[in-house]
Write a protein that binds this ligand. Structure first.
Ligand SMILES: *Cc1c(COP(=O)(O)O)cnc(C)c1O
Length: 451
């Protein structure tokens, strides 16, 4: 019998030299973002006060399919890229499936997730434009952690507003950020007008992502040489993440296979976009017929139960209006462990693709995701991030369906991160203390009407 190959490793020289911009090849382009005051479509210049200029231009670029990765960024990517493509032989065996299951392992980055793929270029473009300080917010801490590493790599000062309850309950991501030299401020704080207002009105307020965004934006607007950054949802973030799929495409070729199904978990859409868009381009060109499945939590089902419309990207309403599938910007999801997936909306590119049925979405309940996560840990060794277990659960469903149909289908999913800083969630699952959360139709209507 021929021995199955486990890992597909590219040499450093094969790190892609360009990112892929799918909007250039979409027949129906995403609708423009809109300025809520003037109701005019946004131009790149409108974003310059907030984001680095090159990032603002990338955000609006619907013409160039390929965008060069700066040499300095590729240099830093070498710390952990190319990431391995792995054949999940243990999982295949446990499921008794004829399907071939592959996963792209983004958990090997120093911060343990894919978020560094965008944090590095974001820090770089700010640096070369003469910016000295950057700000951001973080909930569970994954984006803040990635940006802390990237800010140090490009010699920038970083201030992270971390939702106060996470700051107190999840101290290890705070420690990671501080180890890489970032200043971490529990939000709400006394350092901004937005923070002082909330603390004065509600002295015991435990914080929210909406407040933390307001504080990070305010500090950026009021500090000379300081800009704001965001780790998901926006087009330029998805662009940077395509390095995942571009590498995976070469690695699948090494395995002499091509995916029938590509799966990613879904928060704001960056890792799903990253693994999907490079393969989607062959569907758009009419050469392939791959399915793309976004896996979202049943407690925050914007793709499967949300509405397609213009909405704000944040709770307070500071951002431009974005055309998106949304549950409404006031939507308050249950406190599930996949903190990175608790976002009310979806990026505008993915939203347009879903509207045009070029991609699919499914929602999964928390217990099924942890079951899949534990099976993966026990067969492949890696303890997945609670977010990533959503992609694994869908891969398992697809593999079991292939078994039923007796089909040798090829499944590829993105392992967006490891769960070693999320063991409290696994403790709860193993103790039988986790439950399923599904939003009621009534709540969906209520939040949608409020936002
Ligand atoms: C943040 C995060 C996600 C969700 O964000 P996307 O932008 O949808 O990719 C998924 N997995 C991990 C490990 C994360 O840290």
């Amino acid at each position: 019998m021929m021995e199955k190959r486990k890992k597909f490793i590219l040499p450093e020289a094969e790190i892609p030299t360009q990112w892929y911009n799918v909007t250039a090849e979409m027949k129906n382009k995403p609708q423009p973002m809109i300025n809520p005051q003037t109701k005019e479509p946004l131009k790149a210049e409108d974003l310059y006060p907030l984001f680095a200029e090159e990032l603002s231009r990338q955000e609006m670029n619907q013409t160039d399919a390929w965008i060069d990765i700066p040499e300095e960024v590729r240099e830093k990517y070498k710390i952990y890229r190319p990431s391995p493509l792995v054949r999940a032989t243990g999982l295949e065996k446990a499921l008794g499936t004829p399907a071939h299951i592959y996963f792209k392992n983004e958990s090997v980055s120093p911060v343990g997730s894919h978020k560094l793929n965008s944090a590095l270029p974001q820090a770089y473009y700010n640096k070369i434009e003469g910016i000295t300080n950057i700000t951001t917010e973080t909930g569970a801490g994954q984006w803040g952690t990635a940006l802390a590493f990237a800010a140090k790599a490009f010699d920038l000062e970083l201030a992270v507003y971390m939702v106060k309850i996470s700051y107190e309950q999840k101290p290890y991501r705070r420690s990671l950020m501080q180890t890489w030299g970032a200043q971490v401020i529990p939000s709400p704080s006394m350092s901004t007008k937005a923070g002082r207002k909330i603390i004065t009105e509600h002295p015991n307020y435990q914080g929210s992502l909406g407040t933390a965004i307001s504080e990070a934006i305010e500090l950026a607007m009021q500090t000379p040489n300081c800009k704001y950054t965001l780790g998901s949802v926006l087009n330029h973030v998805s662009l940077h993440q395509t390095i995942i799929g571009l590498e995976a495409e070469k690695q699948m070729a090494m395995a002499d296979e091509y995916p029938d199904v590509v799966i990613g978990c879904f928060g704001g859409g960056s890792n799903f976009s990253g693994i999907s868009f490079p393969f989607l381009r062959h569907n758009i060109a009419g050469k392939t017929n791959t399915r793309f499945i976004a896996a979202e939590p049943a407690s925050c089902p914007k793709l499967t139960r949300g509405e397609f419309r213009y909405d704000f990207g944040d709770e307070t309403g500071y951002t431009p209006l974005i055309p998106m599938y949304t549950l409404g910007h006031k939507f308050a999801p249950a406190n599930i462990h996949a903190g990175g997936l608790r976002y009310h909306g979806a990026g505008s590119i993915v939203s347009q693709l879903l509207k045009d049925k070029l991609i699919e979405a499914v929602s999964i309940k928390q217990l099924e995701t942890f079951e899949a996560g534990i099976l993966f840990a026990r067969t492949e060794g890696i303890i997945p991030a609670p977010e990533s277990t959503h992609a694994i659960a869908v891969a398992v469903r697809e593999a079991l369906q292939a078994k039923e149909e007796g089909k040798e289908k090829v499944i590829l999913f993105n392992l967006s991160g490891h769960g070693l800083v999320d063991m409290a969630a696994y403790d709860q699952y193993l103790a039988g203390d986790l439950s399923n959360h599904e939003v009621s139709d009534e709540d969906i209507r209520k939040f949608s009407a409020e936002s």
